[in-house]
Design a protein around this ligand. Sequence first.
Ligand SMILES: Cc1ncc(COP(=O)(O)O)c(C=O)c1O
Length: 409
Amino acid sequence: MSAAQSGAIPAVMPTYRRIDIAFEKGDGVYLYGVDGRRYLDFACGIAVTAFGHCHPYLVKALETQANKAWHVSNLHRIPEGERLAQRLVEATFADTVFFTNSGTEAIEGTIKLVRKYQSAVGKPERYRIITFEGAFHGRTLAALAAGGQEKYLEGFGPRVDGFDQLPSTATLKEVEAAIGPQTAGILIEPIQGEGGVRPFTPEFMRGLRALCDKHGLLLALDEIQTGMGRSGKLLAHEWSGVKPDVMAVAKALGNGYPVGAFMATGDAAQGMVPGTHGSTYGGNPLAMAIGNAVLDLMLAPGFLDRVQQIASHLRQSLAMLVDKNPDIFEEVRGQGLLLGLKCKPPNGDIAASFRKQGLLSAMAGDNVVRLLPPLIIEAEHVSEATQKIEAACADLRTTMKAEAARKAG
Ligand SMILES: Cc1ncc(COP(=O)(O)O)c(C=O)c1O
């Protein structure tokens, strides 16, 4: 009898190792469990709820649009989408935008655009994309192949062809050596999020730009996690001054309403003519109304300056915690409000210990715990988080000591 027939498989397909907490509601930077317990949300649904939960302005935008039209399909013009695209174009390097429902779809579109560009400029043999170890680009077959992580690819048949992965420590010389006659572009996260909050240096990013220009390649950025204010700028690549040809965003663009986008220069997008790409839901009126409302808040004068200020306060507080707890933490890394604590004990134990104190965080590769607070946190929330982390460290230390004593007999 199969697991399904015997009833052994849960009704929700068990592809996640879920934590046994269910939330009933959220309010600003806090989430409330069904048991009434309050959590300080420094995970943000993995870098999504930048304006916290139930932000009145966003709730109002959703309600207003919900009472007009939710969905009309892309067979017609969608004025709210045209407005959002225009605003994104004005605020970024891009000339044109395609809206998606998720980050993975935005990456899939990015990959298609890179290949189509080369075909449009008469080089259809160029379809391969250079990527970097430790990357995470999403869960479709192409996005998995781009990310190149064995644990996610295993058992899903032949890997989608067309990705050449280099170590994340590759030098510019090594990147250049990997460029061949079939190379179409380079795809990179300015800061690897899932990979352990590992930033690439501005020099490296500038070097990649130069290599792309030299060899006729497109520079594609995955800013799904780093983008939309999380780094303290609208997009993380602004810190290095490097402009991509195409970029994927998602997550905070909808603050929890599923919306993503891939955006490109006019030149890079020259192959994306009618019929080359589509989506039933992508960019529907409800998603676009929320996207516009998110931009109203994010582009308000001074907002991103405030994010930078509070981010440096949080970082300093975390650096002090690292100094005070060298048996628990190795370092703090990241940029803006995409911060990682490199841990000594297993990061799962640390995240669990944070949760025990009522602090939500997200794990990442390289034994890192990510802190991804809402961009609207105030100094009082930094203090609250710091206290909770201190308490978690003390608790962990007691547990570790008891464990060591037990082992010693
Ligand atoms: C950098 C990066 N790329 C792609 C994705 C995939 O996005 P989604 O889960 O919305 O499909 C994620 C999600 O965590 C991500 O962090």
